[in-house]
Design a protein. Sequence first.
Length: 156
Amino acid sequence: MQVQRLNRTDPEKVYIVTKNVSATVATAGSAMRYVGVHAAAEIGSNDGVNTHLLTALTEMPMLAGISVEDIASNGYGRLQSWGYCDTALFSFEADKTVGIVTVSETFLTPGGASGTLTSGMTEELNVSASFKYIQNMDTVNISGGAPSGPVFIRAI
C-alpha cells in the first residue's frame, strides 16, 4: 500500500498493488474489483491481489479501486483505492449525462462496458451494499465517445 504524504495543495490518496487477471487490458481509469465475487472457483483463488474489471452492481462490495495506469492482462499495476481520482472512465451511452445535480446522481454504478461507470445508484442501495463507493465530482456528457472525469473513491 502506498499512501501519499500530507501536502496542502494535493488531495490525499491511497494506492494498492494489483494483478489484472481479466482477459483484457485494464486501461487507466478502469474500475476494478477483487477476485471472489462470482464463481466458487474465484473464491478459491482470492488472495487480495488478483482483480477483474468491474462489470455489475453485485460486484460493488468487492471494489478494489481505479487503475492509475494501463495494466496488461496478467500484469501488475497500481489502483487508487481512496481519495480524489483525476480520471475514471465513464460508459458511452447515447443521450446521457453523468451529473451531480442530486445526491443519487453522484453515486456511480458499473457501466455498459467492463471497467466503466455510469450514474444511477441510489445512496441507500450503495451504503447498504458495502460502504464502498465511487462518487462523481463533475458533470460529464457521456454521449460522445469514451469520456472520463474526476471522482472520489472509497474502496478501503
